[in-house]
Design a protein around this ligand. Structure first.
Ligand SMILES: [Zn+2]
Length: 324
């Protein structure tokens, strides 16, 4: 995890930053004390991790298995039922930052050091300390403070590794609305990766492309590296006609998300599963019809919604009303 560390700048006002002095007083104070792992180091958790990571190293299976070192933090996690060992100082530090307007938080990076292997049956305990609070920094996300927490993880009381975790607690930068287009909130850009890059290139060119298996000719959506039917990695594309129907939908009320509501003011909006004429389904928005008039079976037609100077997204307009 990284957050553009190269773009971090020292704030010239740091010497007069009174808050920094108060935050720094928390360095060295506990973030969690006498934590205990909810489970002993065990084979099922190791197996699930290895399957998720695709790690087939034989050291991680069998009666003498060790745990993958990168699982270090996994043994300390509280799960849905949480932990009760978080200390007062960590909460106080966060309250101080929240109160000063640094209300947003983003995880920036983590570093682990492995001092000894964890083996099946090991009993995990841990303590965490607020190791460092940075001077005020300005990043692309906004201005704030980096807080580094160091967790020491032990097995039967012996330190097995350390886990350093850094967050940025920041005041979000104000959106620049006047110079570069409308002031309404922008939709997040799609996440483009090597598996779906062809899809987004199609969208940029105003074409909705469906993958077609090169071996069995099955159509598939969303884009995947292989065919769900026969496993073949060979594929080409067909362009969707743009005709479809609403297969299912939900109406989002909370949390309000102005970028997604048609008014731009954060009201409810419909998210629909569209069945394309070609038979595949995709999640999108229905536009041109009030959110409470979207219905299952409603015919819709593809159009492209401009979301930025160079960005557009496929959405579906109700064919019944609001044409054009
Ligand atoms: Zn196939």
């Amino acid at each position: 995890m990284t957050a553009g560390r190269a773009d971090v700048h020292e704030d010239p006002a740091r010497d007069t930053d009174e808050l920094y002095g108060r935050l720094r007083a928390y360095e060295g104070r506990p973030a969690a004390t006498a934590g205990t792992g909810k489970d002993l180091v065990n084979a099922p958790m190791i197996r699930h991790w290895c399957e998720a990571m695709g790690d087939t190293n034989p050291a991680y299976s069998g009666p003498d298995a060790i745990a993958p070192p990168t699982m270090l933090q996994a043994w300390t996690m509280g799960g849905l039922s949480g932990h009760t060992d978080r200390s007062g100082p960590y909460d106080e530090l966060f309250a101080l930052l929240d109160g000063a307007g640094y209300t947003a938080v983003v995880a920036t990076d983590c570093e682990q050091e492995y001092l000894g292997p964890l083996r099946l049956g090991d009993r995990i305990t841990f303590d965490a300390v607020i190791e460092a609070v940075s001077a005020r920094k300005t990043t692309k996300l906004g201005t704030g403070y980096f807080v580094t927490t160091r967790m020491d993880v032990r097995a039967q009381g012996e330190t097995a590794g350390t886990h350093r975790f850094r967050i940025l607690k920041y005041r979000p930068a104000k959106a620049k609305g006047n110079a570069k287009g409308p002031a309404r909130a922008a939709r997040p850009d799609p996440v483009v990766n090597r598996d779906n890059a062809g899809f987004w290139e199609g969208v940029a060119a105003g074409r909705l492309l469906i993958q077609r298996c090169g071996a069995c000719a099955d159509l598939r959506f969303p884009w995947l590296p292989g065919c769900n039917t026969c496993g073949s990695p060979e594929w080409d594309t067909v362009e969707a006609s743009g005709e479809g129907t609403v297969f299912s939908y939900v109406v989002m009320h909370h949390p309000p998300f102005p970028a997604f509501s048609e008014s731009g003011e954060g009201g409810p909006y419909a998210v629909a599963l569209i069945e394309l004429a070609e038979g595949v389904r995709m999640v999108s928005n229905v536009v041109g019809v009030p959110y409470d008039e979207v219905r299952v079976g409603m015919p819709v037609r593809l159009e492209f919604l401009r979301t930025g100077p160079e960005a557009q997204l496929p959405v579906f307009r109700s064919a019944a009303v609001g044409e054009g």
